[in-house]
Write a protein of this length. Structure first.
Length: 252
């Protein structure tokens, strides 16, 4: 009886996840997963793209230019491979997230007892992707993800408006730069967020502080802070002893 109930729960969950994944037309692959020491270590990104194709899904690396038909980033999924530490066993599972960082699907763990890292990660990744293949992915035109995204963004906007604001003094002598008014989209990370553009390309990394309306921020070689003022976000940093305040349009 317990086994039958478990099977029924898994069957229902798999079908729900399948329907959700079917709302998205492609998957973006990061150049480096958190447990990797270098980009595409053990060729895991290359293998991820190959396994996605085997599962019937279109994959793009985060650093490559994608066709215009895929420019709506909220019609794309963002994959992450997460290592689950285990004694004498390599275990990884897959996370598929939407443009707001919400988990759309999490696979069961793929496992390997191979001793060589290259073989172990490859085998574990392959096993995890077998669960994705079982979802029988087929893009349905994105019939249901638009309303979900709108609701999520509205809630986050209200949270920002209600949160305390860190006021950084900016005098008339300060230079103000508003050259980057294109919308940037926040993806959750272990340290906070990364802000990506529509390519998608990582533009800025945000590190959490004790204040929800203030982040330590890194943009290329520039280090500063991202702060909320009057329901708008500003990237502030010093250049030649002058405070630069750059307005940033962000969707969390």
């Amino acid at each position: 009886m317990k086994n039958s109930l478990l099977f029924l729960i898994c069957f229902i969950a798999s079908n729900c996840f399948s329907q959700s994944i079917n709302d998205y037309k492609a998957v973006i692959i990061p150049v480096k997963y958190e447990f990797q020491k270098s980009e595409n270590q053990y060729r895991l990104q290359t293998k991820t793209k190959s396994y996605l194709q085997t599962a019937g899904m279109t994959g793009f690396y985060a650093i490559e230019t994608i066709p215009a038909e895929f420019n709506d980033r909220c019609k794309l999924l963002y994959i992450d491979v997460v290592e689950d530490k285990a004694f004498l066993t390599t275990k990884v599972f897959l996370l598929f997230k939407d443009c707001n960082g919400k988990i759309i699907y999490q696979s069961p763990a793929g496992k390997s007892k191979e001793k060589q890292f290259d073989s172990a990660y490859t085998e574990a990744l392959n096993e995890a992707f077998k669960f994705v293949a079982d979802l029988n992915y087929k893009y349905n035109g994105g019939s249901s993800n638009t309303s979900s995204i709108t609701t999520t963004y509205s809630a986050s906007t209200a949270a920002v408006a209600a949160s305390p604001v860190l006021n950084v003094p900016v005098t008339t002598e300060n230079a103000t730069a508003e050259s980057n008014l294109n919308v940037l989209y926040a993806q959750s990370t272990t340290y906070g967020y990364q802000l990506i553009d529509s390519e998608p390309k990582v533009i800025m990394k945000l590190y959490k502080t004790s204040n929800p309306s203030s982040f330590m921020a890194v943009k290329g070689t520039i280090q500063g802070v991202l702060v909320a003022k009057e329901n708008q976000w500003f990237f502030e940093y010093y250049q030649n002893d002058q405070l630069i305040s750059e307005k940033i349009s962000v969707k969390f």
